[in-house]
Design a protein around this ligand. Structure first.
Ligand code: SF4
Ligand code: FES
Length: 367
């Protein structure tokens, strides 16, 4: 029997972005404009996704509004009955464009903020004037009647401002605030020492979130994700490898998660080479870590193996050099204590300068 259909597909429409966040989830090797799928290819992919049983489509990047055909693609997805979500930094939006996106059938907007203080937020995102533009974008989004989630990636350089970020989300009329600690793959891994909070900072943030959840019941929903390195059990990354999610790169590579290309030995096929249904069901890369057959101990005999699916393959690779091991974020992993020690030691030192995201891998820009 084949796998269940995926729940959601995330389209990295482009890797281009005016911001340069040092924790960007895009790969270190960014795809260029000339490699991006054209409008017809993205439309075809949306048709295939709907036929496969996908329910939600997330338009992401890079910065998806850098693509002038975004409205067209949103309308196409909505016409196929897909729930449409835009994940944006917001700095390229204007009022007319937000209106066009709403008219095209957009269901929801997730707008990222780097912090609550304008100068500090612009420093973190590596883009002058970005915070001010985001505030304006939030106003247009709400005025267009679109539900708004504020997405505030959290790390040691903005965690002290969490209360102000919560206040900002309320002022902006957001329905939901996502406070997710930065994940350490790709750019985040490269900048881990500049981003990882101390345990004391994390405990304080958890208290702030819990108090806000009580205080703001019925006003603002708060999603909270702690850094894996301090967790006791890992997250079910992507809901399990090849179980719920598809990630499509700008050039049409189909992957189970955004960081999967870091895993050596896996080949990811392009939507221009094989159908989405065939890739989802039969490709070797999707089958490699699907289900529980691949699991080593302690996962193989663990009663949580169908809850967290052994955690994150990309994290096992990043920390242990082997994607087929138990995620070291799990307390049952023999490597967990070393991971916690690493987090504590790294967060105890002064943060180094950011290595900002950039299109080429040549000399990093520091600040
Ligand atoms: Fe999850 Fe494996 Fe840890 Fe069990 S041993 S909790 S399945 S990561
Ligand atoms: Fe790739 Fe978790 S990010 S499996």
């Amino acid at each position: 029997m084949g796998p269940e259909p995926p729940l959601a597909v995330l389209l990295e429409l482009t890797h281009r972005c005016p911001l340069r966040c040092p924790y960007c989830s895009n790969p270190l090797e960014l795809e260029r404009r000339g490699q991006e799928l054209d409008t017809a290819a993205w439309r075809d992919l949306l048709d295939q996704a709907a036929a496969l049983g996908v329910l939600q489509v997330h338009f992401s990047g890079g910065e998806p509004t850098a693509r002038p055909d975004l409205e067209d693609l949103v309308a196409h997805a909505a016409g196929r009955g897909l729930y449409t979500n835009l994940i944006t930094a917001g700095v390229l939006l204007d009022e007319a464009r937000v209106g066009r996106l709403a008219a095209a059938g957009l269901d929801h907007v997730q707008l990222s903020f780097q912090g609550a203080d304008p100068a500090e937020s612009d420093r973190i995102g590596g883009y002058q004037g970005g915070h001010r533009r985001k505030i304006a974008a939030a106003g247009w989004i709400r005025a267009a009647g679109l539900p708004l989630t504020v997405n505030a990636p959290m790390h040691r350089q903005n965690i002290a401002h969490l209360e102000a970020i919560i206040d900002l989300a309320i002022e902006l009329g957001a329905e939901r605030l996502e406070v997710a600690h930065v994940q350490y793959y790709g750019w985040g891994l490269k900048n881990r020492a500049a981003l990882i909070p101390t345990r004391a900072q994390l405990e304080r943030a958890t208290e702030v979130v819990e108090a806000a959840r009580t205080r703001l019941k019925g006003v603002l929903v708060l999603d909270y994700v702690v850094p894996d390195y301090y967790a006791h059990r890992p997250k079910a990354c992507m809901g399990g490898w090849g179980r719920q999610f598809l990630n499509i790169t700008p050039s049409g590579k189909v992957m189970p998660c955004h960081a999967a290309e870091t895993i050596p030995g896996l080949e990811f096929e392009r939507i221009t080479e094989r159908s989405l249904a065939e890739i989802w069901t039969n490709s070797a890369a999707f089958q490699r870590f699907r289900g529980t057959d691949w699991m080593p101990e302690p996962c193989a005999s663990c009663d949580r193996r169908e809850i967290d699916w052994g955690g994150c393959r990309c994290q096992a690779l990043a920390i242990l050099g082997d994607a087929a091991q138990t995620d070291p974020a799990c307390g049952k992993s023999p490597h967990h204590a070393a991971l916690v020690a690493l987090a504590e030691a790294e967060s105890d030192r002064d943060p180094p300068a950011f290595q900002y995201r950039r299109m080429t891998r040549s000399e990093p820009v520091e600040a």
